[in-house]
Design a protein around this ligand. Structure first.
Ligand code: TRP
Ligand code: SF4
Length: 405
């Protein structure tokens, strides 16, 4: 990997919930598949995260991990360009989590919105554990151990990336101090070489004076692309962009996923916990059957009643799956009672059936050949560990934990 790519590194993960549904696809997976061709991507199965809410029944974890990985691959996650792995295969996540736990105030974790929300929502579960309180910090470690520039997530995860940035800032503040930092940073800038040095200083000024994020990104890329400077100088230069100390753990940015609304069969958001989903590899007959009984505009009781697509979840599916001509046909036909709901659903049924049929076909290859999946995650795990080890070497060094006694 070129150093330049590290400035454009992306990391994201998913809890293993078993086979994924259309909501997961449009909410995250489709975005990953695009990103993998633009950035150096790391995608992982967050199996330890599953334990934070479900420690007492781990028996289905292997199946969940397996099913989800097959969905990723069948959907188009390409292990030839992206690094695909399982969190628990990379123990560096746990080490960084432990070290970060030492500097993280309890209040930061107690204030994460999902902490109280989930405790209220998931009454049937025991969430009064240390692990559950700490899971946003585990997520911070997941992220920071790869030092990515971006973390693509949905709205619900933004607070977790925010706490990650705070933890990184604190880490850099506590462990990034060194005597004569300014002078050393000046010297490091000089060692970039004439033109680069000027560019670096200018970008730094643009970021510090105007908060220009793109200048910050460019400056980081410039530093990371330079392979003549030492690791220590690189961290000084990264740190000097934003503060007055070495930056071992750069603050990542959220890459908010633009996801269409995917309604479930009952009209609420598609979600496993509502039992209103269509699986990515669901049997085509079952898909058709489910869609035929899907909730429509509740005011349209009889075939002769005109309907309102804006009040109909099927319309949200047309927005995802239908071309303009079809959408036009739906919009007019619905409002004039020119078409019936069964008729209206037909094009969506065809598209979704086509999608799941393709998914099933591509998944079959992995089902038939378990070694294929095993090789992908073993290789992915090794690649991920290499990157994670680099970070941990630096983390241990600045924390004076290097075993060079
Ligand atoms: N918490 C995320 C979720 O529930 C999954 C996750 C774990 C994650 N670690 C991550 C996402 C790191 C992005 C980056 O969906
Ligand atoms: Fe919904 Fe289509 Fe029926 Fe209108 S015709 S209510 S858009 S399913």
């Amino acid at each position: 990997m070129s150093a330049n790519a590290a400035a454009r590194r992306v990391l994201s993960g998913m809890r293993p919930t078993g086979a994924l549904h259309l909501g997961n696809y449009h909410g995250a997976l489709a975005n990953w598949i695009e990103l993998q061709y633009q950035y150096e991507c790391f995608f992982f199965v967050a199996d330890w995260h599953a334990l934070t809410t479900d420690y007492n029944d781990t028996s289905r974890l292997p199946t969940y991990i397996h099913e989800m990985l097959i969905d990723w691959l069948a959907a188009g996650v390409n292990p030839g360009v992206a690094t695909v792995f399982v969190q628990s295969h990379v123990p560096e996540h746990a080490e960084l989590h432990l070290l970060l736990s030492m500097i993280t105030p309890l209040g930061w974790l107690e204030r994460v919105p999902t902490y109280k929300d989930q405790q209220a929502e998931l009454r049937e579960k025991d969430l009064a554990t240390y692990g559950f309180l700490g899971y946003p910090l585990l997520q911070s470690a997941d992220i920071l151990v790869y030092r990515p520039a971006f973390v693509p997530v949905g709205e619900d995860q933004v607070a977790h990336v925010e706490i990650t940035r705070e933890v990184a800032r604190r880490f850099n503040h506590v462990y990034g101090g060194e005597p004569d930092f300014e002078a050393k940073a000046e010297k490091a800038a000089k060692s970039l070489g004439g033109k680069m040095a000027t560019q670096y200083r200018q970008l730094r000024r643009e970021f510090q004076q105007a908060g220009d994020q793109s200048a910050l990104g460019k400056a980081r890329a410039l530093v990371l692309a330079n392979n003549r400077i030492t690791v220590a100088d690189r961290e000084r230069l990264l740190g000097w962009l934003e503060g007055s100390g070495v930056s071992v753990l750069p603050e990542p940015q959220v890459l908010l996923t633009k996801a269409p609304k995917v309604p479930g069969l009952d009209g609420r958001k598609m979600s496993k916990s509502y039992g209103n989903t269509i699986g990515l590899r669901e049997d085509p007959d079952s898909v058709a059957k489910k869609l035929k009984t899907m909730q429509t505009d509740p005011a349209r009781v009889r075939r002769t009643d005109p309907g309102d697509p804006e009040k109909c979840p099927v319309w949200d599916l047309h927005k995802i799956y239908s071309d303009e001509a079809t959408r036009d046909w739906v919009y007019k036909g619905c409002r004039s009672a020119g078409i019936g709901c069964i008729e209206c659903k037909q094009p969506v049924i065809e598209k979704v059936v086509e999608f799941v049929t393709g998914m099933r076909k591509r998944a079959q290859e992995y089902e038939d050949n378990p070694d294929l999946l095993r090789t992908i995650v073993v290789e992915g795990g090794e690649k991920a560990r290499e990157a994670a080890r680099d970070t941990m070497d630096e983390v241990r060094r600045v924390m004076h934990l290097r075993a060079d006694l």
